[in-house]
Structure formats: structure tokens, C-alpha cells
Ligand binder design. Sequence first.
Ligand SMILES: NC(=O)c1ccc[n+]([C@@H]2O[C@H](COP(=O)([O-])OP(=O)(O)OC[C@H]3O[C@@H](n4cnc5c(N)ncnc54)[C@H](OP(=O)(O)O)[C@@H]3O)[C@@H](O)[C@H]2O)c1
Length: 338
Amino acid sequence: MPLSHQIMSRQIKLAAKPAGLPKESDFLIDQAPMPEPQDGQVLVKTTYLSVDPYMRGRITGVRTYADPVLPGDVMVGGVTGEVLASKYAGLAPGDAVVGYWGWQDHAAVPGAGLQKLNPQLAPISTALGILGMPGMTAYFGFREICQPKAGETVVVSGAAGAVGSAVGQIAKIMGCRAVGIAGEDDKIDYITKELGFDAGFNYKTTTDYFGKLKELCPNGIDCYFDNVGGAITDAVLANMNVFGRASICGQISQYNLEKPEPGPRILGLVLVKQLKVEGFIVSRFGPRFPEGIQQMAQWLKEGKLKYHEDIVEGFENTPKAFIDMLCGKNKGKMLVKA
Ligand SMILES: NC(=O)c1ccc[n+]([C@@H]2O[C@H](COP(=O)([O-])OP(=O)(O)OC[C@H]3O[C@@H](n4cnc5c(N)ncnc54)[C@H](OP(=O)(O)O)[C@@H]3O)[C@@H](O)[C@H]2O)c1
């Protein structure tokens, strides 16, 4: 069935490289004729869009570990969708898929780059959260790099977000003591009362991070999962035990800064405490994602792992959802329902 020109497809493009915190006017909504799938492609209708901190790095105009999105380009991003038409043998109309076609409400994309979802396993939206990239970041980035052992103390920053909330729960499953840091009292209640973290504190209502960590981690800190960087991380590292391990996942406190923050020089501390501090990009564990998804899905089924999604309605609200996430308005995974 020819689908072209019946309706238009909407695309959200970068309008301008943001200075500091992005504004909604840094994005624009454009229209394009409905794409038609070519051989090997499928036409997908977007169902959920993910908004993630890494997107802030993509719109700085600088290549980091990936090419930048430039003004005029469609924003990149993980998305789920429903196949409307297929010229790819492995997918049929009605299939639910997850892929990386970015902020567009319809797209014609190579079927080979999509992963078919099983709606019986978990709700489709989880493919962008607990059973998707953020969940795999928590699962592999914590276990592989921190190598946690039962009885150890684990501190997680960004603890109420998509990645951090999963890390603390995995730490508990592994028999550790989990302490979280987040930016609202309500988030601390959520991680301690609903998710089973042992303790936590709001970094916006104290300036003495070092003292707070000493109080909440009387035996010192063995593992640190860092989502935020900056002064929080300086204080955590200063409380680490000898042979502690720190997994450097994200540095969100720095993403909107126009000038790098001067920081303490930590290598002397790393030396005398014999710490292992390692950064990672989750794609390095890509080949092992099926193993991570299977284990996390099992924990969900057993009730050992919980997740929360903040779902914003409306494709056109994606830039606002992205900015709100950067400002900490989300609990768990921030998503947009197209
Ligand atoms: N290495 C990788 O491969 C990889 C993969 C995925 C994610 N990440 C990183 O992991 C981190 C968490 O990602 P996510 O998707 O789970 O996001 P998220 O935690 O769900 O959302 C971002 C959170 O960051 C916190 N935040 C914002 N500004 C902050 C600041 N100045 N200081 C401290 N916290 C701040 C906010 O919570 P509060 O209310 O607590 O401030 C906000 O809710 C990010 O740094 C991201 O870049 C890395």
C-alpha cells in the first residue's frame, strides 16, 4: 500500500547549539512527506521516545565518543515503534520494535538495525529504560567495574534516576549496603522506602557532603557508582576504603557548564587508597545485553527489582521533557509517549 503523501511525518531538529542549559527554542518541529520503506527497510510509527543525559553531549557541536548533532539535523535517540509496513523479511506489520531513529514520529529504517520486542516479557516502554540502555548501564557498569561483594557499602549518585535507581537495587540483590544521593527529599523517600536502599541524602539541602557520607557510611565506602561528578564525587572518593572501586558512568553536574569547574586533584587519594577508578561507555557491553536483559527481566518477575517511568504525553513535548530531565524533574526513567 503506498503510504506516501497521505500524512506528513514530524521531525524534531536541533535549531541552535545550546549555551548552558538547553531551551525549547534550541529545537524546532519540521514536517516531511511520509517516508516509504525501500528493500530491507520497514516503516515504523514511533510509540515512545527516550530522553537521556548523553543527548546534551551530542548537541555541543563537538565529537565525543560519537558524532555531534548539528543545527538542522534530526535529534538522535532511542525510540520504540510499531511496524506499519515491511520490506524486511524478519519483521511484519504490527511488530513492536526498539531502535535508534531519533525524534521523528514516523521513519523508514533498515530492519536489520531494529530489535523486535516481546510484549509478553514486559511493557514495551521498558525497552528504553529498565530493560534497555539505562538498565544495561546499571547492570554491567556496576557489576563488571565495581565487582561488588556481599557486605560491602555501595554509594550511588543520581540515585533516583533511571540508571542510579537500578544500581542501588542490584547492590541490594548482591547483599551490599546501598546509600543513594539525589536532589529532592521525595526522591530520598522513594529510594529508601520503595526501592530498599539503606540510606540516602538530598544534596540540595546540605553542603557538607563529606560529613553526611561519614554519618551514613560508618564503615567507609567500598564501591561508588558515579552518575554526577563534581563536588559530590570529590566527597565520595575522600570517604572510600582502601582498594575501593569507582565506576564512572556519568558527570551530569558538568554537562551544562560553559567553563570546566576547577576540582581537587584526586590522584594522590587514588594512589594512597589504592582505588580502581574506571570510566565506561555501555556499548562496550553490547554483545552481552541479551544476558543482562534476561537477568533483569527475571528480577522484575520475582519482584526483586522495581522501576518507575515518568511519561510525558505528546511527541511535540520531547524537547521540554529532555530539559525537565536535565533539571531533575524525573523520578526513574523519563519518556515521551508519541
Ligand atoms: N556511561 C554510559 O554508557 C552511560 C549510559 C547511560 C547513562 N549514563 C549517565 O548516567 C547518568 C544518569 O543517566 P540517567 O539516564 O539515569 O538519567 P536520570 O538519572 O534518570 O536523569 C538525570 C538526573 O540527573 C540529576 N542531576 C541533574 N543535574 C544534576 C547536578 N548538577 N548534580 C547532580 N545531579 C544532577 C537529576 O536528579 P536529581 O534530582 O537527583 O538532581 C536528574 O533527574 C548520566 O550522567 C548519564 O550521562 C552513562
